[in-house]
Design a protein around this ligand. Structure first.
Ligand SMILES: NC(=O)c1ccc[n+]([C@@H]2O[C@H](COP(=O)([O-])OP(=O)(O)OC[C@H]3O[C@@H](n4cnc5c(N)ncnc54)[C@H](OP(=O)(O)O)[C@@H]3O)[C@@H](O)[C@H]2O)c1
Length: 150
């Protein structure tokens, strides 16, 4: 542990995403990594945690670390049928959010609903923002990937 590192203690179990632009590989007993990009190892088996990068962590960071969503929030995810989006829906569902609104192709609506989306909007037709406002009855929905409010 280097001086100046905050929020972590020696012995913490962590997950990290290797920087593909740096020469050091990940298949090693020790690795040096920027503390600010570490993620606490969730309370699941290591083999399960290892299956989540990098789409799962991207979604987790957006929902848990940045948006700090509560059950009362409506949540909008663009590209809900994709790698990051499908994790985002499942995390939002696990958090018990009131409304989970996802965009994707019409052919994937059943899929995003099966993951926990409460509404599916066709991203290729119509006014998506207007449809979201319709679903939320004009309330703002928090957005994971754009990091802004619709
Ligand atoms: N995957 C990762 O590990 C990762 C990590 C960090 C950041 N990112 C970034 O996160 C974003 C999504 O990545 P991903 O891996 O989740 O992608 P992906 O699996 O290819 O999913 C793309 C999503 O976007 C939708 N989509 C495709 N064309 C669209 C269009 N013209 N208009 C609106 N929606 C459209 C797709 O919907 P349909 O398939 O239903 O049409 C699908 O839901 C990218 O910007 C990527 O660079 C990804």
């Amino acid at each position: 542990m280097f001086a100046g590192v905050e929020g972590w203690s020696v012995g913490d179990r962590v997950l990290y995403h290797g920087d593909m632009l740096r020469p050091h590989g990940g298949l090693a007993e020790f690795a040096i990594h920027r503390a600010s990009t570490l993620i606490a190892h969730p309370p699941v088996a290591g083999i399960l945690a290892a299956a989540t990068p990098c789409a799962g962590w991207t979604a987790w960071r957006a929902l848990h670390d940045n948006l700090r969503l509560g059950r009362e929030h409506s949540f909008f995810v663009a590209g809900g049928s994709g790698g990051v989006g499908s994790f985002a829906i499942q995390i939002a569902s696990g958090l018990g959010l009131r409304q989970i609104i996802a965009t994707c192709s019409a052919k994937n609506h059943a899929y995003v609903r099966s993951l926990g989306a409460t509404s599916a909007i066709d991203c290729r037709s119509g006014d998506v923002a207007a449809r979201v406002r319709e679903v939320t009855h004009g309330e703002k929905a928090r957005s994971a990937l754009a990091q802004q409010f619709l």
